[in-house]
Design a protein around this ligand. Sequence first.
Ligand SMILES: [Zn+2]
Length: 313
Amino acid sequence: MRWTCPAILWLFLLLSIPVAPQPSHSREDLSDLVLVLDPGHGDRCWGRVPADPGATVKSLYGEVAECVLTWDTALRVKELAESHGARVYLTLSMPEKPEAHPKNWDQNSIPEPGSPDSPYRTLVERPTPSSIGQALYSRVETANRIYNTWQWTHDVYFLSLHFDSTNPDLAGISFYYPDWCEKPPFVSVLERSIRRRGGERRSLRTGFEYGLSQAYPYAVLSHANNPDSYLVELANLRSLGNSGANPDLEKALNPQERQAYAELLVEALLHRPEPLHSNRRTVRRLALALLLFFALLLFRQWRKKRYRSSSRR
Ligand SMILES: [Zn+2]
């Protein structure tokens, strides 16, 4: 057909026209964000796979398990991100309604893992894992499935939340990103948010900052398809100050501080950078090009019909 070549040429021209850049993210809007939250540990035992409480520490308040803290903090991040319009998924299932809300557990009321107040939960992707490795991969498989589904239309972020138990001289937040990709631009945004609140990991003895962020091949990062995958250690449950106090454990056992962790993470997400090669922009450009292409087709057909009817007269 006479017009096919010019039409195809036009289609290619349209595809090469840059679509106007997205406005920088509004300070309050997360509607173009899909967030996968991984509350570290806390999955129930299945067959030969034991239940996983994560790090456990003995304190004045009894034994405290990491998974109780990661679950409560994840629910806080979820609620806050959803209130800004984000779509949020968890890597652990949440069958009962009352569990959907964070609890104001403090040092006097923090429950034991596996108790009715804080039951072990089922992994979303592999509810019946046959090994500890499978249980771990279930989390990143959820993240990958959601990334593959949403990456074309939304920014997708994966946050695996933890409270570690490491060198007692250290206190504060540190986080890790995948080592198989360029350093994601969100790393410096998250660093800024943490430093703005004075939450960066430091030596209690010297006050020097210690490894706020680094690339590291943790399984949930090295098997992730999404470069925007982060494992965040929100506190060191074994921190030990000069006076014998454990500043990070005290923070983690304070519901207001857990809310502050959630606010910090959501604040960073609100300031996340535009992806360097935005898939969404490509999809929008393609949709615009196709729309105009079909409009051209319809116009051509309409003109042809008009020409025929006028030539019959
Ligand atoms: Zn952990």
